[in-house]
Design a protein around this ligand. Sequence first.
Ligand code: NAD
Length: 251
Amino acid sequence: MTRVAVNGAAGRMGRAVIETAADRDDVSVVVGFGTEAGEIRGVPVVTEDVAGALAEHDADVVVDFAVPEATLALAEACVETGVGLVVGTTGFDEDGLAALDSASESVPLLKATNFSRGIQVLQRTVREAVRALDDYDLELMESHHNGKIDAPSGTAKTLLEVVQSERDVEPVYGREGHAPRADDEIGVFARRAGDIRGEHELILAGNDEVLSLSHHAEDRAVFAAGALDAAAFLAGRGAGQYDFGEVVDSS
Ligand code: NAD
């Protein structure tokens, strides 16, 4: 049984993680961290002395869905206590990413912009499609709920990285006015409305056809389940960076 702490416990994803874990017997959420102390489904939520709480509750791994500043403070507490870290938060700048890299020299760390298995397979499919259809026009779209802070989504950025690892294209974020398309560009569009859980689509167009590769999450439980799978995978491992693809391939 992996003992899990949840950062951002009162948020949309934090609550989904606590609820999803309650139905599983391989993981148990022992403590949560947030901006207000309290209790969620019997899990105590604390606001300070994160390192002390990790030790007190004997946590193996923290699952983090919060905001970048909170994740970075948490990473320091994980290094101090030797607790593994699963990072689901998105929107880090270069310095933030470097700080997580350096934390992974001391503790096991698994960061993914998307913990759904379908998106993991989508990344592989996108790579193959871009490689095979090497002169088709590419356009990337994503839609999320109206409370999402960062844009484009971390998942869209990951998909863009996959595309760019295969082809030299420059992202153009939205278009307005006189904006003819260049051959080496990829349009990237972010929509924000309602409570959309997450939709991503890459289209590849050329040669009188359009290939559309898309994914939509129906419930936050899909990300929660993937993050908990990552936590169980990380428990007991040595320091270093791990990939969600390894988790998917191992189960
Ligand atoms: P949310 O706004 O509903 O929740 C964020 C929570 O973090 C809030 O409860 C907030 O109070 C808390 N928080 C803020 N400062 C804190 C601090 N110092 N310490 C602890 N908690 C603090 O957002 P959300 O929809 O749950 O998303 C959270 C993050 O997860 C975002 O970056 C989002 O993009 C990302 N996300 C990732 C995946 C994935 O699969 N990787 C899936 C969904 C969302």
